[in-house]
Write a protein that binds this ligand. Structure first.
Ligand code: C2E
Ligand code: CA
Ligand code: CA
Ligand code: CA
Length: 276
């Protein structure tokens, strides 16, 4: 077994070195990306199922690399998190989302909430509440239209601090969502202890709910749980009319997914908003 391990190491070592170099290069490029104007936010609508109207959107980071083209956040967010770059990039994202929201309001568009994804390092930085409050003040974006999305695994890094920060953030009047709900292990405890306003049901369950009874059961239970805690339930990854019909029957509050729209640039989102 020992020699197998050694030969396996020899086989994989070059790939690991390549991967490490790729990450280092990406980190260097990412460092200047915001300044160079290579980062932008895409906005994906959230639709209220009863009223069939767009009530909000999620802001999603996009990186157009000058040499490699578009790079997915699935690839660069982990690198930003490991390198600490998530702090300046996350600041840029929140500030940009709030400015955009203010601009839409000033243009007379119907008010919609904007959700921004937050990483653990941002939640546990020195004064996350002052940062969020300062951004709202600088941009003039109303607190009650801002929502922050955090995953259970991010909260798990320091539950007591997270609970405290959540309480203070809620005090500002903003909304808080638990993202990718159902993929962690402490969902029930979190619902009891965290002051949140909505649950986002992970798209893996939505994806499987029409074929897999287990996934359907999780979606149904998550919606019921959200409601029994007085929270709004939102399903992500809604791709088909059949998904929508099923979620409506289950009394889900909101949907988000390719069925309504892919994440789009700000001007396209404004067009969607005016059309509906
Ligand atoms: P997430 O927060 O779970 O975001 C939802 C992801 O699902 C987005 O991927 C979105 O484009 C995708 N999606 C939406 N509707 C559908 C659908 O109907 N079908 C399928 N298959 N996918 C759908 P995206 O934009 O690639 O973002 C991936 C992840 O990157 C996000 O997952 C989030 O964890 C992270 N991320 C994106 N922007 C930020 C940011 O500003 N800050 C932080 N910390 N993380 C971010
Ligand atoms: Ca999210
Ligand atoms: Ca999610
Ligand atoms: Ca996800």
């Amino acid at each position: 077994a020992k020699s197998a391990g050694r030969s396996a190491f020899r086989v994989f070592a070059p790939e690991m070195a390549e991967e490490a170099q790729r990450r280092t290069e990406m980190e260097i490029d990412l460092r200047g990306a915001a300044q160079a104007g290579q980062l932008w936010l895409a906005f994906q609508p959230k639709v209220d199922l009863d009223r069939d109207t767009i009530t909000g959107c999620e802001a999603l980071l996009r990186w157009d690399h000058p040499k490699h083209g578009p790079i997915s956040p699935v690839d660069f967010i982990p690198i930003a998190e490991d390198s600490g770059l998530i702090l300046p990039i996350g600041e840029w994202a929140l500030e940009t989302a709030c400015r955009q929201g203010r601009a839409w309001l000033d243009a007379g568009l119907p008010p919609v909430s904007i959700a921004v994804n937050i990483s653990a390092a941002q939640l546990f930085q020195r004064d996350p509440v002052a940062w969020v409050a300062g951004t709202l003040e600088r941009t003039g974006f109303p607190a009650d239209l801002l929502e922050l999305e955090l995953t259970e695994s991010q909260l798990a890094q320091d539950v007591e601090t997270a609970i405290d920060v959540f309480r203070q953030l809620r005090g500002l009047g903003i909304r808080l969502a638990i993202d990718d709900f159902g993929t962690g292990y402490s969902s029930l405890e979190y619902l009891r202890r965290f002051d949140v306003t909505s649950l986002k049901i992970d798209r893996s369950f939505v994806d499987g709910m029409l074929a897999e009874p287990g996934d359907a059961a999780i979606v149904r239970a998550a919606i019921a749980l959200a409601h029994s805690f007085g929270l709004s339930a939102i399903a992500e990854g809604v791709e088909t009319e059949a998904h929508r019909r099923c979620l409506r029957e289950l009394r889900c509050d909101q949907i988000q997914g390719y069925l309504v729209s892919r994440p789009v640039p700000a001007d396209e989102f404004a067009t969607l908003l005016l059309r509906r």
